[in-house]
Design a protein around this ligand. Structure first.
Ligand code: UDX
Length: 426
């Protein structure tokens, strides 16, 4: 059992805190938002994330998980302190370290003698040094331990990681951080801080590259009459390629990929390398939003002016309530700009949610969204949509065109009900 403090209770911090408590450590989580701290202390999870509520309540009951306001209050007894504050995109595309610096300045004087401070936020290469400089505590060792959590399965990803990466100059400090994961016996890579930080960016950039590649192949499939879903099964059998992460879609999004890809472009330029490949990956993704918008335009009869488009799905993927960098929002903005009226439904989004386009109408259910619609577009792969009977849609929607941006719906059943269904890459 190790005494831990977690600074920041966003996605990463909260998952890290409750999972370490689940593994038996003594955890204090800090946030600057007093209201959030009060809610978490009552066992209320502010985000949609599978199993997070169960483990939060477990930690509160066992008594080894607490929430406090402010980092200084959390760290006084901690042997290891995790920085899990946001690193948003700065104006020039590089990561903005101001939250990390502010958190360090706040905890510097309160840290226990010889504590270890761990960067878990995605930080630019070299940030270990920034943390050391702001802390000004020669007795404190700084370690990098990047996270690879996917929203929607963050708890399982934490408890069954593909690997744990630890970057350190002081090997003993790195081993102490790696030992926190002993119970789950993951593969552990201990390396230097710059390599650990680069691993995080390289992993996300590689995954984004894989997805832009899939969407590019999907575009070619449309031209040559191939079916991208079969093509992906066919290449996925090759162990060097792997069968995961090959689903075509309306483009990739979420809180990490866009931000981290652009940050890595900046890091590369500063390191003296123009990363044209990654710039192309980002450009292909932006084009994918345009391509899906065009499919909806064609399905609407060639023009979007005065047309009504129903959208199923707003979040950047299913099993999350997160709208950050959502392809659905990027496409809806294009539809509205082209003169369409858009009505949307998403199982986790109501009209009060921040981040929605101003001219968008939110429907409380899937069928409500299609009333009066010329076209239906599926933009998030929620399972709920898969089970809606095409006949019910046919009865409520005047149009007969569906653009399935996730290749989610049963083509035969929808065609049978009289719909023209256009997917991605087939
Ligand atoms: C990602 C990384 O997976 C994770 O390791 C990192 O720590 C944070 O960023 P997340 O943002 O939760 O996680 O989303 P992810 O599941 O990776 O999906 C990202 C985007 O790619 C989504 O828009 C998703 O819909 C899309 N996607 C994913 C596809 O279009 N096809 C796929 O096969 C997989």
């Amino acid at each position: 059992m190790t005494r831990l403090a977690i600074i920041g209770t966003g996605y990463v911090g909260l998952t890290t805190g409750v999972c370490f408590a689940h593994l038996g450590h003594e955890v204090v989580c800090a946030d600057t938002d007093a209201d959030k701290v009060a809610r978490l202390s009552r066992g209320e999870v502010p985000i949609v994330e599978h199993r997070l509520d169960e483990l939060l309540v477990e930690g509160l009951h066992k008594g080894n998980l607490r929430f406090v306001v402010g980092g200084a209050a959390a760290v006084t007894d901690a042997e290891i302190v995790f920085l899990c504050v946001p690193t948003p995109q700065g104006e020039d595309g590089s990561a903005d370290l101001s939250y990390v610096e502010a958190a360090c300045a706040e905890i510097a004087k309160s840290l226990a003698y010889e504590a270890i401070v761990v960067n878990k936020s995605t930080v630019p290469v070299g940030s270990t040094r920034v943390v050391e400089r702001v802390l000004r505590r020669p007795d404190v060792r700084v370690v990098s331990n990047p996270e690879f959590l996917r929203e929607g399965s963050a708890v399982d990803d934490f408890l069954r990681p593909d690997r744990v990466v630890v970057g350190c100059e002081d090997r003993a400090a790195g081993i102490a951080v790696a030992a926190l994961y002993d119970e789950i016996r993951p593969p552990v890579l201990i390396t230097d801080p710059a390599s650990a930080e680069t691993i995080k960016y390289a992993a996300n950039a590689f995954l984004a590259t894989k997805l832009s590649f899939v969407n590019a192949i999907a575009a070619i499939c449309e031209g040559v009459g191939a079916d991208v879903d079969d093509v992906m099964v066919g290449i996925g059998y090759d162990k060097r390629i792997g069968s995961e992460y090959l689903r075509p879609g309306p483009g990739w999004g979420g809180s990490c990929f866009g931000k981290d890809s652009r940050a890595l472009l900046n890091i590369a330029t500063e390191a003296g390398y123009e990363f044209d490949l990654l710039a192309g990956v980002i450009a292909v993704n932006d084009e994918q939003f345009d391509r899906v918008t065009d499919k909806i335009r064609v399905a609407a009869g060639g023009s979007l002016g005065g047309k009504t488009v129903a959208v199923w799905g707003l979040t950047f993927k299913a099993r999350t309530d997160d709208l950050r960098d959502s392809p659905a929002i990027a496409i809806i903005n294009r539809l509205i700009a082209a003169g369409a009226t858009v009505r949307a439904f998403d199982p986790t989004v109501n009209a009060a949610k921040p981040g929605l386009p101003g001219d968008l109408t939110i429907s409380p259910d899937a069928i409500g969204a299609i009333v009066g619609a010329d076209v239906l577009a599926v933009l998030t792969e929620w399972d709920d949509f898969r089970w809606i009977a095409p006949a019910d849609v046919a009865a409520a929607m005047p149009g007969r065109s569906v653009v399935d941006g996730r290749n989610l719906l049963d083509r035969t059943a929808w065609q049978h009900a009289g719909f023209t269904l256009v997917g991605i890459g087939r």
